[in-house]
Design a protein around this ligand. Structure first.
Ligand code: BG6
Length: 303
């Protein structure tokens, strides 16, 4: 008697979208359409690459990243959830939560009439997550790939008590030389400076420039950010919804060297602008409710 094979996951296969294996043999979704190419790992629902047609790669990816199940990928867009940074009470838990190291399920692929493709992945509570975060949840990460990039993280509460979480779409951008870049959009915004013992300061009127290790949580900001890159001759614009914090990070030379999965010479070529809800801006979702964090990224080439 023959045994039926296990049912295939409920995914629709559409032109330009293939199920593949990425680095380290990790399962991934590859997108290659007339509008753009991209790569999303199921581990962490991690967008590793996005290149709109006619442009260079927009995301930075470490050449020494690990690609192991249960380990974070260095670069692209890690999903930090349900806490940001170290866990406040349990330092032994993984930094930035467990979403970025969990095995997500491919939930849907969709071809939009304008040529973009939309990929959704889902994650729900299980015994492992409950040991770290004792709540029932459904998280859906949706990435829409085209000439622009849209990402959203929707978190639903199917349980009977409210829960509270932090989150960030930890976007690593590839830049020509970080010391020559400027970020517009944060003028006059209060930030928590993680390089200066969490001191709170207010950003001046000049665009943010990088001159050393930078690790700042800008609070109470829903503003768009514009990353001006005179070396790659492009401007990256990040707009967001459902996010009241923006994190800006570059580890600089010594910290980059100390991280095994961060190429020692890679730090001048990256800048993180993370759309987030962290610290006092953590999100509380009532039973039956949901919260949506959405980000849109576009690239303009300089003349
Ligand atoms: C940033 C944090 O978002 O992520 C930094 O603000 C942190 O403090 C960085 O160092 C990288 O974190 P990780 O866990 O990926 O090494």
């Amino acid at each position: 008697m023959s045994t039926d094979p296990a049912p295939a996951p409920a995914t629709s296969v559409i032109p330009g979208v293939t199920l593949t294996t990425g680095a380290g043999g990790l399962p991934a979704v590859a997108i290659d359409t007339p509008l753009a190419s991209a790569l999303i790992y199921l581990s962490g629902a991690h967008l590793a690459r996005w290149r709109p047609r006619g442009h260079d790669e927009v995301l930075w990816l470490s050449t020494t990243s690990q690609y192991l199940p249960g380990k974070p990928i260095r670069g692209g867009v890690p999903l930090c959830w349900p806490w940001f940074g170290g866990h406040a009470q349990r330092p032994e838990l993984p930094a930035h939560g467990f979403a970025r190291t969990s095995a997500w399920t491919l939930a849907a692929t969709e071809a939009l009439p304008d040529g973009r493709v939309r990929i959704s992945l889902s994650l729900a509570n299980d015994a492992d997550s409950s040991r770290m975060w004792p709540h029932a949840f459904i998280a859906i990460s949706t990435v829409t790939i085209g000439e622009t990039l849209e990402m959203e993280l929707v978190v639903r509460n199917p349980g009977t008590t409210p829960f509270t979480y932090e989150e960030a779409l930890h976007t690593y951008f590839a830049v020509g030389e970080v010391r020559r870049c400027a970020i517009h959009g944060l003028a006059g915004t209060t930030y928590i400076d993680k390089v200066r013992a969490l001191q709170r300061s207010v950003e001046g009127q000049a665009p943010l420039a990088f001159s050393g290790e930078t690790d700042r949580v800008y609070v109470d900001t829903t503003a768009a950010c514009r990353l001006e890159d005179p070396v790659l001759k492009r401007t990256i614009t990040v707009t967001k919804e459902g996010s009241k914090a923006t994190v800006v990070w570059n580890p600089w030379a010594a910290k980059a060297k100390a991280m095994k999965d961060f190429d020692d010479e890679g730090w001048p070529g990256m800048a993180c602008i993370e759309s987030a809800n962290v610290a006092e801006l953590a999100i509380t979702v009532p039973p039956g409710g949901e919260h949506r964090l959405g980000v849109r990224i576009s690239v303009q080439r300089h003349p």
